[in-house]
Design a protein around this ligand. Structure first.
Ligand code: ZN
Length: 410
């Protein structure tokens, strides 16, 4: 059993409890939590390691949505407009995939650990990131993705999807958990959606889908026009949207761990449906900014659970979750800064774990010991300012424990 203590311990539980001068005992799981004073009485013979001045202990960050196969993009893709970006992805896909070697993906995963991430939801289009995801110490919920809207391709696409999913299932372990992603309502045939969701239900797998990411998507789904019109006509000879947004959502009933990424264009009715489905919304603010999509209206979500993700390096400059939530912190100017900071930290821990269906994201007895620690540059005088101080001044951790092992200090 290990014991560590710090000036501040954020539990990230549902009440967002913060313990000043907190201590935690753990092996693979969390065994006990309390104040340093309580621990000195309870465990007088044990060595409780103090992590230094202005230290903070909190749950490891959960990056609920990332595409590792696009990790090679730096300056290749066209930002500023969603449809232009999508054309540029299609144009440069082969070269980017080829450049995203195992070595490069391994490096990104290792950077994530240094940046305090302990779990990722990895959306895999091709399965080229699988070896890296199996070998990394990070916990990976590995989403095999279905994509394709052309009716004459359905059978081939489904066979290919089943083969990739089967391969992921063969490697299932405690920290490599197979799951299913539906690319989006505009890109995936309703037949394929129905079939893969049946597999998800039978196997109790987590499910994720992109939803209402851009105005182009909303115009196409509702009116079969807008910026997507020429894209579908020219690329796929398709003249009409295959589904309406609410019919798409309707298909996701009875999925226990469900998340929709982006949702920046979702209207009140669609948000109500998402709430009824018990789903989480995953917010990827950097990606939304770079592709000139709208800013998610967090107040509009009311009590829909929120998680955070970086999306891939195809629409981001970093997979560092602290940088992602720092940008979100500056972006949502209509919210009180202290309350927003708490919400973003909660979404990056507890919220991500709920979306992915994991016993993580909270520092509480019997939860997995995925714990990070770091030091703030100076004393924080009021717990109300703690979340914003963390978001403003943290990019890296000094300790990243995954199931009780410190992956930064081996
Ligand atoms: Zn994405």
């Amino acid at each position: 059993m290990k014991f560590i203590s710090a000036n501040w311990l954020l539990t990230c539980d549902d009440n967002f409890e913060i313990i000043e001068n907190g201590a935690i005992a753990f092996d693979e799981k969390i065994i006990d939590i309390g104040t340093i004073d309580e621990f000195q009485i309870k465990y007088p013979k044990d060595n409780i390691e103090y992590l230094g001045e202005n230290s903070v202990i909190m749950p490891g960050l959960i990056n609920t949505h990332v595409h590792l196969e696009f990790s090679a993009n730096k300056t290749t893709l066209q930002y500023g407009n969603f449809v232009k970006w999508l054309f540029s992805v299609m144009e440069h896909r082969e070269e980017l995939i080829e450049k995203a070697t195992k070595e490069l993906i391994d490096k990104e995963l290792s950077n994530m650990i240094s940046n305090g991430t302990t779990t990722i939801g990895a959306i895999s289009s091709y399965g080229f990131d699988m070896d890296s995801c199996i070998q990394t110490p990070l916990n990976v919920v590995y989403f095999t993705e279905i994509l394709g809207s052309k009716a004459d391709m359905i059978d081939t696409l489904f066979v290919d999807f089943q083969a990739k999913l089967k391969s992921a299932i063969t490697h299932k372990s405690e920290n490599f958990i197979p799951a299913i992603a539906v690319h989006s309502p505009y890109s995936t045939h309703p037949f394929l959606i129905r079939e893969v969701l049946n597999i998800a239900k039978e196997n109790k797998m987590a499910v994720s889908a992109h939803f209402q990411e851009s105005k182009a998507e909303n115009d196409w789904l509702n009116h079969s026009n807008g910026e997507f019109e020429s894209f579908f006509k020219d690329m796929l000879d398709q003249h009409k949207s295959l589904t309406k947004p609410s019919d798409f959502l309707e298909q996701f009933k009875n999925i226990e761990h469900l998340s929709f990424t982006h949702c920046v264009e979702a209207n009140e009715k669609e948000l109500e449906q998402i709430k009824k489905l018990g789903a989480t919304i995953t917010h990827c603010p950097n990606s939304n900014r770079l592709l000139n999509n709208s800013i998610l209206n967090i107040s509009y979500l009311k009590d829909i659970p929120l998680a955070m993700g970086t999306d891939g390096l195809s629409s981001n400059n970093t997979l560092n979750m602290f940088e992602e939530i720092r940008n979100a912190f500056f972006m949502h100017t209509n919210l009180d800064s202290a309350a927003l900071a708490d919400k973003l930290i909660q979404a990056s821990t507890n919220g991500g774990a709920k979306a992915l269906g994991l016993n993580k994201g909270i520092l509480k007895k019997d939860f997995d010991a995925d714990i990070i620690a770091f030091q703030l540059p100076d004393r924080c005088n009021n717990p109300k300012n703690l979340s914003s101080s963390i978001i403003l001044h943290t990019s890296k951790t000094t300790h990243t424990y995954i199931k009780g092992n410190d992956e930064l200090n081996k």
